[in-house]
Design a protein. Structure first.
Lengths: 283, 356
């Protein structure tokens, strides 16, 4: 058992880096977010205003981007969960010989650069991309489908990129479900489907929560993929914040958006994990 | 009618046979233990009865109904696991209600039967707790209540007491026996603990290496073991090798032990004899019927109710002897000369090379 002092010493390098490179700059942005940006002059330091925050809710453009981002996060999380659970189940419960190849297959995309993976999707999804050309050649459609610069493109790209995280979390959770508990349910008259619904699924709730939080947070803060697959017009929070800072130099607005995103994320995670815990009987 | 019958049951994993042609008939309401060292196939048999392991060959019937290929949920058996295997996300009430709900019970009838099962295992009022809030013994009781609540035709126990400490294990043994006698449910109990098997069961099935060694009443198993394996596995026997001579067993070095079992073997047959530690009496003088042999105390160890001695016989043999610490021969010292008296019927004689 390490003492409190030893523990603190072990943590201190990381704490220092986080403090200097993350917490302090973040706190410095708090006052900025309450200041006003005057085009041509810069940030006005003489007056305080809550206008940057009010605009997020009041302005239709901002509101749409916020809702779109959260909706995208929820949808990508759900997709990853639905697609990832069977894979994780196969990895844990399938033939042990397939465990390693399947796991490698799942994490293989992580070895490729994010930009490369996103470019890959552009090649597949553009108007004259592989998917559309194939569908037209097969005579299934007459004009190319819009698969990019909209929700479809972002969903496809982000689900693909974050699926491995979900699968790895679910694999860990499924490995922790004792086979005896499932067997007990079976001897008590549960069909395989009921065993899954009444025992396996609730017992993997911690993994579902952890995986969902991870994918949700990664999705709503993703910048590269939405920029590449969404283009300059189909904005999400991360691309909007980037534009506010780097294109418009409107730091106050960018800061306010950042904090709004962070706070709403924390709230959503807190509420959803409480709900899941209650459903799984862990609360 | 819920007698359980296993016919020529075989389980192979690849080239390895874990259960080899096991046949067993268990009467209705009977309590049968499968006893054997780990890896003898007893748990595999239990899991085949529960439907969790598929037999490679053979048949299992309950009350005449062939269940060999039925999934576990269609078998109406209750299984109590070594690990308890309670549903951690459900209350005690919901755990016990699980099987009843699967049978379509609900409302007041369900609550009544759950409470009945809980009171059978003396856990009245624990319904609202979660398994993690209970002690190991209480969790084991919940597991039992959960298994008996749907009134299964066969109850299966997979080493249910081995995770409990010694004192609790004794208590649970008594509870379990009482419960089974009350309910008269046909029971198959897997254990590696011989005391548990002997004290609980109507009949004990001793297994070794996937094969039944002996299937008989506890007294029979203890006093008249059928094979060398059973003789050496049950009790704490001393094993000595000798040859049959004039209806007695000659151990060499002039040591001859009278044994009623020796008459069954021909003159000069090499045999193994098994002498239980507690079947020996120690005395300062030799008995007059020729059943005593002389020895020297090598070691004495006191363990409360019993005293154990290591006694040297002749030049080649050492036997362990256990006597009551209040009785005769309890106060011998190292180096003392003693006479060991063993009743001729207490010496188990088995031909050498028969079994393990």
């Amino acid at each position: 058992m390490t003492s409190l002092r030893t523990g603190f010493l072990l943590l201190s390098p990381l704490l220092f880096v986080l403090l200097a490179a993350f917490v302090v700059p973040l706190l410095l942005l708090v006052p900025t977010s309450f200041q006003e940006y005057r085009p041509g002059q810069g940030i006005a330091t003489d007056a305080w205003t809550a206008q940057n925050y009010a605009r997020i809710v009041a302005d239709e453009f901002y509101r749409e981007v916020v809702l779109r981002t959260i909706g995208l996060g929820a949808a990508v999380t759900l997709c990853c969960l639905v697609l990832g659970y069977p894979v994780a189940y196969l990895i844990v419960r399938g033939d042990p010989r397939w465990r390693l190849p399947l796991t490698l297959l799942v994490i293989f995309p992580l070895m490729l650069n994010l930009v490369v993976r996103s470019f890959g999707w552009i090649v597949l999804l553009t108007n004259r991309g592989v998917v559309n050309n194939l569908l037209i050649d097969l005579g299934l459609i007459e004009r190319p489908l819009r698969l990019m610069f909209n929700l479809t493109g972002l969903m496809i790209g982000l689900t693909h990129i974050y699926l491995p995280f979900m699968v790895l979390m679910l694999v860990a959770a499924l490995q922790n479900v004792p086979r005896d508990v499932e067997a007990a349910a079976a001897t008590l008259g549960s069909s395989r489907l009921h065993v899954f619904r009444a025992v396996t699924l609730p017992l993997t709730a911690p993994g579902i929560i952890a995986g969902s939080i991870l994918v949700f947070v990664l999705t709503i803060s993703a910048l590269v993929t939405p920029r590449m697959l969404g283009g300059p017009t189909y904005q999400v929070m991360a691309t909007l914040i980037y534009d506010e800072y780097m294109q418009l130099l409107d730091w106050p607005s960018g800061s306010a958006l950042s904090f709004a995103l962070a706070i709403s994320t924390i709230l959503i995670i807190w509420i959803s994990s409480r709900m899941t815990k209650r459903w799984a009987g862990l609360a | 009618m819920s007698n359980l019958s296993l016919r020529q049951l075989v389980k192979r994993y690849g080239a390895v046979s874990v259960v080899k042609n096991v046949s067993l008939e268990i009467a209705e309401g009977e309590f049968v233990s499968l006893l054997g060292p780990s890896g003898c196939g007893k748990t595999t048999i239990l899991r085949m009865v529960a439907g969790l392991v598929e037999p490679s060959d053979g048949a299992i019937t309950i009350g005449g109904r062939d269940i060999t290929r039925l999934p576990p949920n269609k078998r109406n058996v209750g299984l109590v696991f070594q690990s308890y295997a309670l549903f951690p996300h459900m209350t005690v009430f919901e755990n016990v209600a699980f099987g009843l709900r699967r049978k379509g019970e609900s409302g007041d009838a369900l609550a009544a039967r759950v409470n009945e099962a809980l009171s059978m295992v003396r856990l009245d009022g624990y319904g609202e707790r979660y398994p993690r809030q209970l002690s190991g013994g209480q969790q084991q009781r919940v597991a039992m209540a959960r298994a008996i609540a749907p009134r299964p035709s066969v109850l299966l126990f997979d080493e249910p007491l081995s995770n409990l400490d010694a004192k609790l294990r004794d208590e649970m043994q008594i509870e379990l026996k009482r419960l089974q006698r009350e309910l008269r449910i046909t029971t198959l109990f897997v254990t590696h603990d011989q005391a548990e098997a002997l004290s609980l069961s109507d009949r004990v099935c001793v297994m070794h290496d996937g094969v039944i060694q002996q299937f008989a009443a506890p007294e029979e198993i203890y006093h008249r073991p059928a094979t060398a394996f059973v003789a050496s596995f049950i009790g704490k026997p001393n094993r000595l090798a000798g040859t049959v001579k004039d209806g007695a067993v000659d151990l060499g070095d002039g040591l001859v032990l009278q044994s009623t079992g020796a008459a069954a073997f021909g003159e000069g047959t090499p045999v193994d004899i098994f002498i239980r530690q507690e079947a020996v009496t120690l005395s300062a003088t030799a008995g007059d019927d020729g059943t005593s042999v002389a020895g020297t105390v090598v070691l004495r160890s006191f363990s409360g109710a019993q005293v154990q001695y290591v006694v040297r016989l002749g030049a080649r043999f050492e036997v362990v002897v256990e006597v009551a610490s209040a009785g005769e021969g309890a106060n011998l010292a190292q180096g003392d000369e003693v006479f060991l008296t063993i009743r001729p019927q207490d010496i188990i004689v088995i031909e050498s090379g028969a079994g393990a």
